[in-house]
Design a protein around this ligand. Structure first.
Ligand code: ADE
Ligand code: ZN
Length: 353
C-alpha cells in the first residue's frame, strides 16, 4: 500500500497504535530507571543518607540545564544501590513498565564503575541485573540483555580495569557502551579498550552527538567501530555524515524526552526526529533515563508524536521496525516481532511492510 495516499489516523487511534505496537528499547540506562520512591525505599533499607528530605523534594530537583547537571543528580541517586537485591529490584521495576508499554526486547545499559568505585562488588551488580533479565524472559516474555558502559569522564586505564573485572561474567552481557560527560571526552580516548572488547566478541555502541559535535560520531564509527550510535542527533549538522549513516544503516538510538530535558532541543516541537527519518536514517525511539526525564517508552512516543504533526502511522511503523532491525537479537526473533508489528497495524487496515 502506498502510505503517502492514506488519510492520517486521528489522534486517538494513533495513540492506541503507538501504545500497543510491539517495540524494542535499545537505549535505557537502568540506573536512570530508579524512581524517587525506590531511591527512598532503598536508602532506608541500606541506611544511606540522602541530600533531599522527601520524594517530592528530590523530584523537584529534576530541572536540568545540560547533561552534566543531570549526571550529578543521577550519580547521587545511584548511591543507594548496594546489594544484589537492589540491582534486581531496580531492573525488575523497569521490566514491569516495559511490559506495560509493549516492549518485546530490551537492551539495558549499566554503569559498573558508578558502583565498584563505591566498593560494591561487580558480582552484586551483574548478578542482580542478570536475575531480573532472566525473570523478564521467563515471566514476562521480554527478550532482555545487558550492555556494560564505560564512564567516559574516567580514564582509559579505569575502563580496562572494569572490562577485566567483568570478564568472569562474560556470558552475562552482550556488549559495551560509552556514556557520561561527552564534551571533552572524545571517543578516541577509548579506542584500545574498544579494540579489546571487539576481540572478546562483544557488541560495541557509544553515545555520540548528543551534546558533542558530529566529529565525535565519525570518531565513534572510525576508531571505536561501533555498530550503533546512541543519540547521534547532531549528525544533521554534517550532510556527508548523514549520507554515510543512511548508506551504512547505522542505527541512531534517539531519546526525545531526554533531549528536551537536557536542553539539546528547546522544545519537543523543535526535535529533529522527523528530519532524521526523512533522511532515511535508521532512527528509533528510546527512554534513556525514564525516571528523570518524564517517562518511559510510550510516554516518549506520545510526547513526540503530539508535538510533531509530521509524524503519523507510517513513521510509527518505521520507528518500531527500525528498533527491531537495530537490535542485537537473532534473526528469527526479529522476524517474529516484525510479524507482530504488521499484525497490529493490520487491525487499523494499515500495511507498511
Ligand atoms: N548516562 C545516563 N544517561 C546519559 C546520557 N543521556 N548521556 C550520557 N550519559 C548518560
Ligand atoms: Zn544515554
Amino acid at each position: 500500500m502506498d502510505h503517502t495516499t492514506l488519510p492520517e489516523l486521528p489522534r486517538g487511534p494513533l495513540h492506541a497504535l503507538l501504545r500497543e505496537m510491539p517495540k524494542a528499547e535499545l537505549h535505557i540506562h537502568i540506573e536512570g530507571s530508579l524512581e524517587p520512591e525506590l531511591i527512598f525505599a532503598l536508602a532506608q533499607r541500606n541506611g544511606v543518607a540522602l541530600a533531599y528530605p522527601s520524594v517530592e523534594a528530590l523530584r523537584a530537583a529534576y530541572a536540568f540545564s545540560d547533561l552534566q547537571s543531570f549526571l550529578d543528580i543521577y550519580y547521587a541517586g545511584a548511591s543507594v544501590l548496594l546489594q544484589e537485591a537492589d540491582f534486581f529490584d531496580m531492573a525488575w521495576a523497569y521490566f514491569g513498565r516495559a511490559k506495560a508499554d509493549n516492549v518485546v526486547h530490551a537492551e539495558l545499559f549499566f554503569d559498573p564503575q558508578t558502583h565498584t568505585d563505591r566498593g560494591v562488588p561487580m558480582a552484586h551488580v551483574i548478578h542482580g541485573l542478570q536475575r531480573a533479565c532472566a525473570r523478564a524472559r521467563s515471566e514476562l516474555g521480554i527478550s532482555a540483555s545487558l550492555i556494560l558502559c564505560f564512564l567516559r569522564h574516567l580514564s582509559e586505564a579505569a575502563a580496562f580495569e572494569t572490562l577485566e573485572a567483568a570478564l568472569p561474567y562474560r556470558d552475562s552481557y552482550i556488549g559495551v557502551g560509552l556514556d557520561s560527560s561527552e564534551q571533552g571526552h572524545p571517543p578516541e580516548k577509548f579506542a584500545r579498550v574498544y579494540a579489546r572488547s571487539r576481540e572478546l566478541g562483544l557488541h560495541v555502541v557509544a553515545h555520540a552527538g548528543e551534546e558533542g559535535p558530529p566529529a565525535y560520531i565519525r570518531a565513534a564509527l572510525d576508531l571505536l567501530k561501533v555498530e550503533r550510535i546512541d543519540h547521534g542527533v547532531r549528525c544533521l549538522e554534517d550532510p556527508a555524515l548523514v549520507r554515510r549513516l543512511a548508506a551504512e544503516r547505522v542505527p541512531l538510538t534517539v531519546c526525545p524526552l531526554s533531549n528536551v530535558k537536557l536542553c539539546v532541543f528547546k522544545t519537543m516541537a523543535e526535535h529533529n526526529l522527523p528530519a532524521l527519518l526523512d533522511a532515511g536514517l535508521c532512527a528509533l525511539v528510546n527512554s534513556d533515563d525514564p525516571a528523570y526525564f518524564g517517562g518511559y517508552m510510550n510516554d516518549n512516543f506520545i510526547a513526540t508524536f503530539d508535538a510533531l504533526p509530521q509524524l503519523g502511522a507510517a513513521q510509527a511503523y518505521r520507528l518500531a521496525a527500525n528498533s527491531f532491525e537495530a537490535a542485537f537479537a537473532p534473526a528469527a526473533d526479529k522476524a517474529r516481532w516484525r510479524a507482530a508489528l504488521d499484525a497490529r497495524f493490520a487491525l487499523d487496515g494499515l500495511s507498511f511492510s
